[in-house]
Ligand binder design. Structure first.
Ligand SMILES: Cc1cc2nc3c(=O)[nH]c(=O)nc-3n(C[C@H](O)[C@H](O)[C@H](O)COP(=O)(O)O)c2cc1C
Length: 168
C-alpha cells in the first residue's frame, strides 16, 4: 500500500494508512494534566509528546481539537507531562477512557506550579503554556518547562502499532 495521485495530480494520503505508518514509530506514553481555575484536575493520555528546545527548555504535545479537555489546557493553568512506566498501562487506558473522574483512585499531588503530577511515573515536566499552534485537526501546545522530576529507576511503557509493549 502507498499513497495515490488524485485527479489534479496532488498526492492523496489515505487516512487509515497514515495512522498505520505513524503507528510504526514507537513512542513512550504520557498523561498530560492540568487544573481548572477552581482547582479541578483534568488530563488525557498522549503519545505525541516531544522535546523541542534545550535552551530555553521547551516541550510539545499535540491535542485533538475534539478533546474534551483541550479548553482547560488553552485556559493557561500550568500543565504537567507525566511519563508512564511499564506499570502504567492502566493509567494510560484510564486517561483515554470516558469515565466521570479520571483521577478517582489515582495517586497524585500538586507539583510546584500547581499542576497535577501523578505518582509512580518515570518522571514529569511541569510547564506553562508558551504557545498554542493550530495545526490541522490538532493544536500543538508548546510548554516552557518550569520544574521537573526524575524517578530513580523504572522501565518505560511503550506504544507501537496500536499496542502496549515493553522495552526489549
Ligand atoms: C496510547 C495513546 C496515545 C494517545 N495520544 C494522544 C495524543 O497525543 N493526542 C490526543 O489528542 N489524543 C491522544 N490519545 C487519545 C486521548 O487520550 C483520548 O482520545 C482522550 O483522552 C479522549 O478524551 P475525551 O473523551 O475527553 O475527549 C491517545 C490515546 C492513547 C491510548
Amino acid at each position: 500500500m502507498s499513497s495515490q495521485n488524485g485527479a489534479d495530480g496532488a498526492t492523496v494520503v489515505d487516512t487509515g494508512l497514515f495512522r498505520r505508518v505513524c503507528g510504526r514509530f514507537a513512542t513512550g506514553v504520557t498523561v498530560i494534566t492540568t487544573t481548572t481555575p477552581d482547582g479541578e484536575p483534568h488530563g488525557l493520555t498522549a503519545n505525541s509528546f516531544s522535546s523541542v528546545s534545550l535552551d530555553p527548555p521547551l516541550i510539545l504535545v499535540c491535542i485533538d481539537n475534539r478533546n474534551s479537555t483541550l479548553g482547560q489546557f488553552l485556559a493557561g493553568s500550568p500543565f504537567a507531562v507525566n511519563i508512564l512506566a511499564d506499570t502504567g498501562e492502566g493509567l494510560s487506558r484510564r486517561f483515554a477512557a470516558a469515565v466521570d473522574d479520571r483521577f478517582d483512585g489515582v495517586p497524585w499531588s500538586h507539583g510546584t506550579t500547581g499542576a497535577p503530577v501523578l505518582a509512580n511515573t518515570l518522571g514529569h515536566f511541569e510547564c506553562v503554556l508558551e504557545k498554542a499552534v493550530e495545526a490541522g485537526d490538532h493544536v500543538v501546545l508548546i510548554g516552557a518547562v518550569k520544574d521537573l522530576r526524575l524517578a530513580d529507576e523504572g522501565e518505560p511503557l511503550v506504544f507501537f502499532d496500536s499496542a502496549y509493549r515493553a522495552l526489549l
